[in-house]
Design a binder for this molecule. Structure first.
Ligand code: NAD
Length: 283
């Protein structure tokens, strides 16, 4: 079965649009700012899609673009202006940053209350503690797909391939959280016998950034496979999963495109409207 993220994202975005409209009635506009540094074409495409989705949900959106030779101080300065701007409820610093710029240090400059990506160390710490805070958008979106398609998680074995702070690590925390209750194995580039390990998974999340790495013989029959990868091969965008060989074996598979990607954008918007609601409550 195809687990369409597009379908779930539509439902999430509709919920966001309702909440934006309710805030507008109360006199509060919702604003999302993006900060893009440099001219990476893929990053520009991602940023554009975030603006389009924000505008469709009724949000204001602010597009800040800095040149590739911007200094760390200039990037942090732009973040601070967004922190201080009452029209900005959520912001996204598009990662990775070019050259020698320090992405982690820049993310730390974001006001945790406006952290639409949920990547500030304060918010990641809250995630470790299972406390309410913006949750990183990609793993949040994956959890939403699993819930929507009623994939059983309690007591199931989940193997997450990839341990980045953006996807793999928060994914492992969410799958292992109380109430979700999967048993989680976090695999990475130095994991031994990865195909054998993957074949034990009831839920397999592929977030390694390696085109079509997971093939049908890595998958336990009936398992749920989540393909996070976005890899450019020639002119084509392909996932970390070889859909052709995996689809006949898996119980469910998220496609690329149309799987995790649309959920990432929808969850960024949801984090932003939640931030706006909190700031409206504080007024
Ligand atoms: P990353 O490069 O920061 O991390 C990759 C991780 O995979 C590392 O922990 C590494 O140890 C592991 N890895 C690399 N090669 C491996 C191998 N051969 N075997 C096992 N593990 C291996 O990447 P990231 O930012 O986590 O992104 C991963 C992929 O997901 C990329 O393709 C990225 O484009 C994509 N992505 C998609 C979305 C979305 O919305 N769909 C969002 C974020 C990232």
């Amino acid at each position: 079965m195809r687990l369409s993220g597009r379908r779930v994202a539509k439902a999430v975005r509709a919920g966001v649009a309702e909440r934006v409209a309710a805030l507008a009635e109360a006199g509060k506009a919702v604003g999302l700012a993006t900060i893009l540094v440099g001219d990476d074409a893929a990053s520009r495409v991602y940023v554009n899609s975030k603006h389009k989705a924000a505008e469709k949900a009724g949000m204001l959106s602010f597009d800040h673009h800095l040149p590739a030779d911007a200094t760390q101080e200039e990037v942090v300065g732009q973040i601070r202006r967004c922190n201080d701007d009452p029209d900005v409820d959520g912001m996204i610093l598009q990662l990775p940053l070019p050259g020698d710029l320090d992405g982690h240090a820049a993310v730390e400059a974001i006001d945790p209350a406006k952290d639409a990506d949920g990547l500030h160390p304060y918010n990641l710490g809250k995630l470790v503690l299972s406390q309410d805070a913006p949750v990183p958008a990609t793993p949040q979106g994956i959890m939403e797909i699993l819930r929507f398609y009623e994939v059983e998680t309690a007591g199931r074995l989940a193997v997450v391939i990839g341990r980045s702070f953006l996807v793999g690590r928060p994914m492992a925390l969410l799958l292992g959280a109380k109430g979700v209750d999967a048993t989680v194995v976090l695999a990475h580039s130095r994991t031994k016998d990865l195909p054998d390990l993957a074949r034990t998974a009831d839920i397999l999340v592929a977030a390694a950034g390696r085109a079509r790495m997971v093939t049908g013989d890595w998958v336990k029959p009936g398992a749920t496979v989540v393909d996070v990868g976005i890899n450019r091969v020639d002119a084509e965008v392909v996932g970390d999963v070889d859909a052709e060989s995996v689809e006949p074996v898996a119980g469910g598979l998220t496609p690329v495109p149309g799987g995790v990607g649309p959920m990432t954008v929808a969850c960024l918007l949801r984090n932003t409207v939640a931030a706006a609601e909190r700031s409206a409550d504080l007024r």
